[in-house]
Design a protein around this ligand. Structure first.
Ligand SMILES: NC(=O)c1ccc[n+]([C@@H]2O[C@H](COP(=O)([O-])OP(=O)(O)OC[C@H]3O[C@@H](n4cnc5c(N)ncnc54)[C@H](OP(=O)(O)O)[C@@H]3O)[C@@H](O)[C@H]2O)c1
Length: 280
């Protein structure tokens, strides 16, 4: 059972661990060692996505730990995401089956629609970001978020996922889905950190009963060169965060994460550094 002391209750009654390991832009090699470090440190939630192209490496480690008796499947909370190239309702079931095969699991705990923007599917499942000759992303001819959602709902009935949600959806998109939903999204995974506090999204999600998962909770240090060029500091270096971290004897990362957790979010900081993974 997921340890309920460190969970939030989702609107479908399931418990979601507050803390998870983020794995975007993590190579297969890095993913193996990061997931091992996280499981050894007691993490129950791992966040991945079909698009991250590392589900299979994560699956190897999950199998190793489950088969070796180090963890029980029911103690884990595995999250993965529907890629934009598979948002055509006809492709949704096959897509989660591909993810489950990669992850070597019978079901995931939470399946998210990764982005509300379907991309053109050209038959190549590895081409997750198809582009036009101009280099722009090649979007699908038709956007049918309701159709996609209906197909995702069927995955719950088929037992392929325990819960379903979305990611990067706007408030109006959430409202549209909730209006027609048989199963409402339990989570909207969005960027959220001290510099992007998402106040309106919090209010809307509270009304709709949706839990926010904060991605880039540390502000994705190192990602945004433009931000640095503009003279903006990163959250970890923010003078206020530095002051609070000295005052409480915590690392800046711990303060940034605590800020979000106190607002009721779940958090999925990414690290491939075992020491940082353990330090949460
Ligand atoms: N749904 C979506 O569209 C979406 C988009 C982006 C991200 N995500 C999810 O959210 C996760 C986290 O987001 P993110 O990776 O963009 O940003 P993040 O977690 O805010 O930041 C990750 C960066 O912080 C560094 N870091 C981690 N712990 C640290 C510490 N204690 N001190 C200093 N630096 C530290 C990491 O480096 P090291 O690895 O070297 O420690 C890494 O470069 C992703 O991995 C992914 O699972 C989802």
């Amino acid at each position: 059972m997921v340890d309920t002391k460190n969970t939030v209750k989702l609107q479908n009654g399931k418990n979601m661990p507050i803390f998870g390991l983020g794995t975007s832009q993590v190579s297969k090699h890095e993913a193996r060692s990061a997931v091992r470090a996280a499981l050894d440190a007691g993490y129950q939630q791992i966040d991945t996505a079909y698009n991250y192209l590392n589900e299979d490496a994560i699956g190897e480690v999950l199998q190793e730990y489950i088969k070796g008796g180090k963890v029980k499947r029911e103690d884990l909370f595995i999250v993965t995401k529907l890629p934009m190239i598979h948002m055509d309702p006809k492709l949704v079931k096959r897509s989660i089956e591909m993810s489950l095969k990669n992850l070597q699991l019978q079901y995931v705990d939470l399946y998210l629609v990764h982005l509300p923007i379907p991309l053109a599917y050209d038959g190549n499942d590895e081409n997750v970001f198809p582009t036009e000759a101009s280099g722009a992303l090649k979007v699908a001819d038709k956007t049918d978020l309701i159709g996609t959602w209906k197909a995702v709902e069927e995955l719950v009935d088929l037992g392929l996922t325990k819960s379903i949600g979305v990611s990067n959806f706007s408030i109006s998109q959430l409202e549209r889905i909730c209006e027609i939903a048989k199963y409402k999204p339990v989570v909207n995974q969005v960027e959220c950190n001290i510099y992007l506090q998402q106040k309106e999204m919090f209010d809307a999600c509270k009304t709709l009963g949706i839990t926010i998962t904060a991605y880039a909770p540390l502000g994705s240090p190192g990602r945004n060169d433009l931000m640095k060029e503009q003279g903006e500091s990163e959250g970890l270096e923010d003078p206020v965060i530095q002051r609070i971290s000295h005052k409480y004897g915590k690392t800046p990362a711990q303060i940034l994460l605590r800020f979000l957790i106190q607002k009721g979010t779940t958090v999925i900081p990414k690290s491939v550094n075992p020491e940082r993974i353990r330090a949460r």
